[in-house]
Ligand binder design. Structure first.
Ligand code: PMP
Length: 360
């Protein structure tokens, strides 16, 4: 069997072109006689890699000069602590809880200060995004926190919340670079890269400079202080070098595809194929409200657990893998990140139609 159609929520499919290039350079990166995995993070060669990656990301996202780009470790989950530790100056932050990841961030922030849940969609199993046009934003809130795309439930904010002037902090792990982001609307925009951007082990934090402070919460570990990382351009200690190198290649691949607006159009076209089928199928149903559907993660069910399991098993045998839904929700989930080709979705839908006809 060759490469499969991999619908994993993350770590997830990467562009084949990027993988091939990395394979070609594995033993000898550009004539330096070693792999990027083997070189010093202080070498000129690696310095060029990280600087070029940052510049390409800045070009792609149009990142203004007063924002720093940090390549860090610890995954997105570590940011659940770093954010309150660095940003809670008044000791208060507002959280909008739209899924497990936002909930975890909220719970973690509660350990460091007064985290206020100002809205939630937990009443309907996180199947929608609450109305965020006029929320009871705390006067003292240091920031308002959202998880912009909810990987497990398959919802996405189509409009950013009205933060009433407060700093917006967003986890974009599962929609990173899937469409343009207006960086200026955020104080911090961050994501683990293992879904849309690269291999696990790197988290990218884009942060407005005025939020990078020395007077962070007492007890904040040196490594979790944004200032430590910003002052040293992500090279305070050994960074996840190989991961950053692959992210850099993905940034170049995205530029070649035409940038983030082109990616958005491609992703919309791709998601529409699957959503249109779910809307007409008598067997498979989408699980979230239409207006809030994610372009990246598409959960669906048959309504019958045994049939779900049969579908997942038969899909796998036919080369469509990792379609099982998250353990907390069951059913199926197709993650269709940037690197999933449109043919992957077309063929999946063909397979679903065939399965439906055979299992009526
Ligand atoms: N936020 C979101 C939106 C996620 O989907 C995930 C992982 N699936 C996380 C945070 C946690 O990421 P990590 O495993 O890198 O800590």
């Amino acid at each position: 069997m060759g490469r499969v159609y991999n619908f994993s929520a993350g770590p997830a499919v990467l562009p084949e072109e990027v993988l091939k290039e990395a394979a070609d350079e594995m033993l000898d990166y550009k004539g330096c006689g070693m792999s990027v995995m083997e070189m010093s993070h202080r070498s000129k060669v690696f310095d060029d890699i990280i600087k070029e990656a940052e510049q390409d990301l800045r070009d792609l996202m149009n990142i203004p000069d007063n924002y720093k780009v940090l390549f860090l470790q610890g995954g997105a989950s570590q940011q659940f602590s770093a954010i309150p530790m660095n940003l809670m100056k008044n000791g208060v932050a507002d959280y909008i809880v739209t899924g497990q990841w936002a909930k975890k961030a909220y719970q973690e922030a509660s350990r460091y200060g007064k985290a206020v849940k100002i809205a939630s969609s937990e009443d309907k199993t996180f199947s929608y995004i609450p109305d965020c046009s006029d929320l009871p934003i705390d006067e003292d809130a240091d920031y308002v926190y959202i998880c912009e795309n909810n990987t497990i439930y398959g919802t996405k904010y189509k409009k950013l919340p009205n933060t009433k002037g407060k700093t917006l902090v967003a986890d974009v792990s599962s929609c990173f670079l899937s469409e343009p982001h207006d960086v200026e609307k955020y104080g911090v925009i961050y994501g683990g890269v293992q879904k849309n951007v690269g291999p696990a082990g790197v988290v990218i934090v884009i942060i407005r400079e005025d939020l990078i402070r020395d007077d962070v919460m007492e007890g904040t570990p040196t490594m979790l202080k944004y200032k430590t990382q910003a002052d040293k351009d992500s090279l305070y200690n050994t960074p996840p070098c190989y991961g950053i190198y692959i992210c850099g290649k993905v940034f170049k691949w995205l530029k070649k595809q035409g940038g983030l607006q082109a990616m958005k159009e491609y992703n919309e076209k791709k998601a529409k194929i699957l959503y249109d089928f779910l809307d007409e199928s008598e067997m498979f149903k989408g699980t979230v409200v239409k207006e809030d559907r994610s372009l990246m993660n598409v959960p669906f069910v048959t309504g019958d657990k045994e049939l779900d399991a049969k579908f997942v098993a038969e899909a796998e045998a036919n080369g469509f893998v990792n379609l099982k839904g998250h353990r907390t929700v069951g059913g199926m989930r197709a993650s269709i990140y940037n690197a999933m080709p449109i043919e992957g979705v077309e063929k999946l839908v063909e397979f679903m139609k065939k399965f439906e006809a055979e299992n009526k």
